[in-house]
Design a protein around this ligand. Sequence first.
Ligand SMILES: Cc1cc2nc3c(=O)[nH]c(=O)nc-3n(C[C@H](O)[C@H](O)[C@H](O)COP(=O)(O)OP(=O)(O)OC[C@H]3O[C@@H](n4cnc5c(N)ncnc54)[C@H](O)[C@@H]3O)c2cc1C
Length: 414
Amino acid sequence: MLDTLAALPEFIDLAIVGAGPHALTLATHLLQKKKSMRGRFLVFDPSGTWMSRWDRQFAALEIPHLRSPAVHQPDPNPHALRTFAEDRPNDLFDPYDLPGTQLFRDFCQETIRRWQLADCVYPAQVIRVEPYKDRGHTRFCLHLSNGQSIIARRVVIANGGAVPNVPEWVGQISTSYPQERLLHSQQVDLRGSRLQGERVLIVGGGLTSGHLALGAVERGAQVLLMSRRNVYGKLFDADPGWIGPKYLKGFWAEPDLYVRWQTIQQARNGGSMTPAVLSQLRRLEREGKVVFYEQCGVSQAAWRDDGWQVHCDNSAVHECIHHQAINRIWVATGSQLDARNHPLLQDVLAAHPLEIVNGLPVVDEHLRWQGCELFIMGGLAALRVGPAARNLSGARAASDRIVPALTKASLSPR
Ligand SMILES: Cc1cc2nc3c(=O)[nH]c(=O)nc-3n(C[C@H](O)[C@H](O)[C@H](O)COP(=O)(O)OP(=O)(O)OC[C@H]3O[C@@H](n4cnc5c(N)ncnc54)[C@H](O)[C@@H]3O)c2cc1C
């Protein structure tokens, strides 16, 4: 972490917003391509450290290993994680060598050390990115949460960018209730949860629901698992064909960006669980510790006395759960990405309007905003990078596009 007391420079060549795996991937790829970029960029994250949100999420959900294979990691050498794991074979999980959470964490720390990146992270949240014209060039004023500001020639937005997706019925709850009894999955921390003898309703059929359900049962709760569709098992969230040209060739050839958007939705196909997690849940179902309510959603919920009364919207498929006393509700309904609501993109959008397709901005092939040197990584870049944009493989694909534009003068916008 950088010392906050150390003066923040007035000007920086490149500002990277967010210090998650995407930013880390970009930083290593950038330094590999052009060593002289060292000292010319700063990374901003309120935590002041790399990978804080990633580490917190994995710890809070007690996720034992990644869903993606070892080849997907932040170092430019695709074999780096495997080599690092040579004397830790038990930390690679079947099938396809999925890195254990601690292994991945140690590897990222080693990557940060090897690329001497620890001191690049400035501990502040960026609250506004304000573009302005300076002698014909667009520059950016980054306003920070601590009241400071800095001018950047170029900016990369790598802050994850998604906001929790909260189902409509949550906003319609008319009774007051204790906040901790209804949480979005991003707010749940299994480590501090006491659930013995409780009944927890988990809404959503993705892997996050699966991890939460296993953690809740482990703590002595019974879980009702409700999902709109039938819960299904799938190794990866997007088919590996989306990482290479197999599917991406056709995707890039598609000129209609609305069709591309549809393709992205179909490829991700809502949430899915890994077969391993699903089979653990089915075993717990046989023991009565998990009850599946599939093809079903919540129609309304009310807090009565000391518990939830929940009505569902498809009692034709199974008995409605309104008679069951429910102690907690966790909604694991994912997150939403929309450039139009992204707090850091508002001024950029106003100064440099560009086409947006169902929330996704139409950036150029270097993931650069039209008319200025602002780049985006993560799910927001999916119209170019494809359905895996938000994943670790997407971080590499995005870096491969952004780094040339940051390092070659010939690729600067005219
Ligand atoms: C539980 C979970 C497990 C996952 N497992 C895998 C997996 O196994 N394999 C895979 O490929 N993908 C996985 N993903 C998907 C994806 O790789 C992760 O979501 C990953 O964290 C995305 O990286 P990121 O850098 O874009 O965002 P984040 O990890 O969210 O990092 C963004 C950082 O930006 C910071 N930030 C936010 N706003 C600001 C601001 N205004 N100013 C400054 N800093 C800011 C945050 O503090 C955060 O540290 C998983 C996702 C989740 C939620």
